[in-house]
Design a protein around this ligand. Structure first.
Ligand SMILES: [Zn+2]
Length: 264
């Protein structure tokens, strides 16, 4: 299987390469990220870079295709910080639907929407609901990296796990170490004046009530939530491995479905 798909990135393939890939697989991973502030030490593209890295590693194990990464996402809460770009949720929903529609025309039928940014979760769920209505014989799985990485939480020392923190910085030390400025990394304990956002031991994947995302600049001056200074590439490798393993388990599960019989 790997012999045909040498390079899993769709945008590196010619159309004849893509036609050959489709004879091997109908599964495509669509990484989705953000371009938003990640403290003074990490690049704005942290979320799409980390998502793209894990997607390619998982795809290479199975010889499945990786679609062009949707780099920008829903990041309104970070707009006080220069360089942040935000889509309206509706724009992201339409972007995902158009991308999947195009790929479906060519024969892809199993889609993993692999999300690296919590602020995108609600929009992606709505996109999946709409896609399922339009393509009842296709499978769409929304996998959020923030959930997949739970299996690696044991390696993190800081109680605050939220954003531009120990874990995210550690992953970037693996994904693109040349873009990480550890000398600028800070330890900032975020505050929620209203008390609606308990950052300690809580993140988007564990919170009980969703109040939307807090306006970042009211909680932290630097944009860091927690201790970025104790990040290491060793921790980054453990977290990436947990995410990649989670993605691989999902690929296996989705590949095992008899798609012509799929009507749930
Ligand atoms: Zn992030």
């Amino acid at each position: 299987m790997r012999a045909v798909i040498k390079d899993v990135l769709l945008e590196h393939m010619s159309w004849v390469d893509c036609r050959a890939a489709l004879e091997e697989t109908d599964l495509v991973i669509v990484p989705i990220g953000a371009v938003e502030q990640h403290g003074p030490h990490l690049p704005l593209g942290t979320d799409w870079m980390n998502a793209g890295y894990a997607a390619v590693k998982a795809a290479e194990r199975f010889g499945v295709v990786v679609a062009p990464t949707i780099k920008v996402g829903v990041s309104q809460n970070h707009m006080d910080f220069p360089g942040t770009i935000t889509l309206r949720p509706q724009t992201l929903i339409e972007l995902i639907i158009d991308l999947c529609r195009s790929l479906a025309v060519h024969g892809f039928r199993r889609f993993i929407l692999f999300n690296g940014h919590g602020g995108n979760n609600a929009a992606i769920d709505v996109a999946v609901i709409n896609l399922r209505r339009e393509f009842p014989k296709h499978i769409f799985g929304h996998a959020y990296a923030g959930r997949l990485k739970k299996a690696a939480d044991f390696c993190l020392e800081d109680e605050t796990k939220y954003h531009a923190d120990e874990g995210e910085t550690s992953r970037m030390l693996v994904t693109a170490p040349e873009l990480v400025h550890m000398e600028r990394a800070v330890h900032e304990i975020p505050k929620s004046k209203s008390g609606l956002y308990p950052f300690k031991g809580s993140d988007l994947s564990t919170q009980q009530v969703f109040f939307g995302l807090p306006r970042t600049k009211t909680c932290t001056q630097s944009g860091v939530f927690g201790n970025a200074q104790i990040a290491t590439s060793e921790k980054g490798k453990i977290i990436h491995t947990a995410i990649i393993d989670g993605l691989c388990a999902l690929i296996e599960k989705m590949k095992s479905v008899d798609i012509d019989d799929f009507d749930e």
